[in-house]
Design a protein around this ligand. Sequence first.
Ligand code: G6P
Length: 587
Amino acid sequence: MCGIVGYIGEKEAAPILLEGLKKLEYRGYDSAGIATLAKNTVHVKKDKGKINDIGFEASLRALPGNIGIAHTRWATHGEVTKENAHPHSDCSGNIIVVHNGIIENYQAIKKTLNLHTITSDTDSELIAHLIEHEMDSGKDFIEASKSALKKLEGNYAVLILNRKENQIVASRDGSPLVIGVGKDEYFPASDIPAFLNHTKKVIYLSDGDFVIINKNLEFFNLEEDKKVEREIDNIEWDAEEAEKGDFDHYMLKEITEQTETIQKAIDQNEDEINYIAKQIKEGYGIFLVACGTAYHACLNAEYLFSKIAKKHINVVSGSEFPHFKHFLKENSLVIAISQSGETADVLEAVKAAKSMKSKVLSIINVKGSSLDRLSDITFYTKAGPEICVLSTKAYTAQVALLLLIAYAIAENLEEGKNNLKNLYNLTYNLTALSTREHIRKLAEKLKEKNHMFTIGRGIMYPTALEAALKLKEVSYIHTEGFAGGNLKHGPVALIEKGTPCIVFVSEDTEKEILSNAAEIRSRGGLIIGIAPKDNDLFDYFIRVPEASFANSITHIIPVQILAYQLALLRGCDPDKPRNLAKSVTVK
Ligand code: G6P
């Protein structure tokens, strides 16, 4: 995790870096820092905590100079302290580093640096000292940096500021790094939103790339050990898409954007969807791999493919994939689903699949991400930038696409599109102010609770799991999701008077799930029905339309809103829940 951004050009660097850091905070927000260079002097300001703490923000903004690097941290090595905040420097103060990733051989490296004064507990600081160490043996800065980076095991994206030469070196191996290209200015960064306000031109770096950034760019690849060329690409997102606009939080903005993202799914290229369907039909063993919310999208696909396409698929959580790798054959198909395309557990799974020579197809939201580069075939969800740490619109975009693919396998893509077309008005109503107000009243009733449950059957079961994840990750109320039929096999022991249970009702599962709701109610549970029609069993009712196989999209939206309202009422930051990061680039 962690976000890094740099600037080199003619403008004041600090305000640009600060703005970039704010856009990258979704990657971590334990601490932040900026280093700038003005008249051969390095200015550093860093601290623990979020950057928009007033005093901290002002001091960062005031740093002088037209060149600088910056970092927002999600702690891995070393506690959340000012000392461990980036940027880090070598002993001389000439080499300043920001790093995203994990250096696995840091202990061995540290032993070679016993003459150096190391001031933090991080693995990242060692990079600066290692370069200094290499320079001590006579190499110039560039050769020393190359040599040091080649010695790192693990993964990294680094920006190295060289005080003496007014230059930045950017390099990546396993962690994301792109370079925004403006007029006489460059913006190396972990992700596009960091510079989208300044330029819509980007260079996607490959693993091993080592770029010297000064008045121009010079590319080298450490793995190939030679100079390379990299092309400039155009960014399709608009700058406003990465802004909050009139919304208080990205979370609410992204929830309401789901009407448009579903429309974008409908507009996806039919030939591409049919091509993917063909790959799935021809594959011998289909594995869907993902983490977190994207994993729940895969669980949806398991039901959609079974019911619509009569096709069996295997769904495996990214970190568990190595245990199933031996089933893969050359004609197996691994489908990796990820918003960011950077989740380390998913990347590991994909590398395992590649080692077995299986085909890899990815469904991702972020173009140019590591998964994009590793895959044989990529399909973009086109949900636009998702900034809130919690995934909402990217999730429903994934589910919408998987639904279309299921219909395409059944050679009935048109019906799938019609199913989604009906959703347009329905989702608009679900995110309207009146619905939000109705859900806010429910949040008032639930805000003091310590435990909650969610249940669903059939395709509503993955929805129950996703609902529980949304609620717990942003409100910190312990919430567990179960298959309706499974509650009686243990979890029902936890139901007490007033324990809330959200019951997802769809036409095809109505009878059974209402029986499960009755079992909970008779033990004192507070029943919240998310259903097409009201029922005496419900203590609180949220109406959702019956949308057949698209129920997973309609039924999750009220819970996304509930999670948001609960976060506000409980004083939690909806966009940046504690301990989480949007893009988890460590195993
Ligand atoms: C993290 C985030 C989750 C996300 C998961 C997978 O755990 O906190 O919200 O669902 O990563 O992310 P991906 O980018 O691969 O979809």
